[in-house]
Design a protein around this ligand. Structure first.
Ligand code: GRG
Length: 316
């Protein structure tokens, strides 16, 4: 068996656990009105690779493999689900007419096309909030140390999702793409290399980093291990986003499950628009190498290493 087909099995097994857990934790009537429950369920169950929550589980597994404490899967799974809820909220809001105005996501009509703008906005709000409910639920026998780890992990996720992270990155994107109608109705802004990196690190990188770091923290990783996983995930996130930019240029909509070619059409700042496709591939490969190095230097080579190979070779 080649390592990547091995990873495919690992991915499928993790995804099955994540999908089952998501089904049980999504709010439903009569606990909440059935319209909002339906809208939230629609976007979460529309598909998606589950890359971020698998990363959370893989980071927890990597820490488990270095300690004698046993599996921390039960602790990591709620964080994995919370990350997916936050990611899905960001896609729902990103697709709105006031933002990217997209009609296809995960191979289905976007939430606002099916439910209308108002309910789509609320479903995103509901998903983001639910994520924190899920992470805050403690086990019956949690000691003070475990609670401390939970709080640290929640803090890392909150920071990544907020204005310093994903929300801030989206604001930069909106402004640079000239889509912020109140501030800049006119031309788009070409970001320079540093500004483009900053946008990507916030918009996509922050949540990917928090996915891995929260898994490592909740599994009881040492400061050194958590830090290595942070450096790994920061570079992995960058490679993931550069590949995403390249796929938007080269990919086909049926594979991607979203509208291809939208970045260029919207004048978005991307790696291919700044560097061209070939140089962008080199940037992704360099980031991937830095991610691998961070694991190797701390003895954390594991599924996390294989995930790097998948990120740079993915076609969807
Ligand atoms: C609205 C606060 C707010 C943020 C939006 C994530 C995001 C920020 C916007 C989505 C637009 C986009 C294509 C961003 C790049 C990030 C990205 C690659 C998203 C798609 O992630 P995948 O490929 O999607 O993991 P699936 O559907 O597989 O989960």
């Amino acid at each position: 068996m080649t390592p990547l087909s091995d990873l495919t099995e690992y991915f499928s097994a993790c995804k099955a656990d994540i999908d089952e857990a998501l089904e049980t934790l999504l709010p439903s009537a009569p606990g909440c009105p059935s319209t909002i429950a339906k809208a939230m369920h629609y976007s979460v169950t529309a598909g998606g690779k589950r890359f971020r929550p698998v990363l959370t589980l893989a980071a927890a597994d990597a820490i488990d493999s270095t300690s004698a404490m046993g599996s921390s899967r039960a602790l990591a799974l709620p964080f994995a689900c919370a990350i997916e809820l936050i990611h899905t909220y960001s896609l729902v809001h990103d697709d709105l007419p006031a933002m990217d105005n997209d009609t296809l996501r995960r191979g289905r009509p976007t939430a606002h096309v099916i439910f209308g703008d108002g309910l789509a906005i609320l479903s995103g709000d509901g998903l983001l909030t639910e994520a924190f409910t899920v992470m805050a639920k403690t086990g019956s026998r949690e000691d003070a140390e475990a609670m401390g780890r939970r709080l640290r992990a929640i803090g890392a996720v909150a920071e990544a999702a907020g204005a310093a992270g994903m929300v801030g990155g989206q604001a930069i994107d909106l402004e640079a793409s000239g889509l912020n109608k109140q501030l800049a109705s006119g031309p788009t802004t070409q970001l320079d290399a540093d500004a483009l990196l900053d946008m990507h690190e916030r918009k996509t990188g922050a949540l990917i980093k928090a996915a891995a770091v929260s898994g490592a923290i909740i599994a009881g990783g040492s400061d050194a291990a958590v830090n290595a996983i942070r450096i790994y995930a920061q570079n992995l996130g960058l490679a993931f986003q550069i590949v995403d930019d390249i796929l938007d240029v080269e990919g086909a909509a049926p594979d991607l499950g979203k509208t291809a070619g939208k970045d260029a059409a919207a004048g978005k700042p991307t790696y291919p628009s700044l560097y061209g496709v070939e140089a962008s591939r080199n940037h992704a490969a360099e980031a991937a190498n830095r991610a691998r190095d961070a694991l190797r230097e701390t003895g954390l080579e594991s599924r996390l290493t294989q995930i790097v190979d998948w990120v740079v070779s993915r076609t969807r």
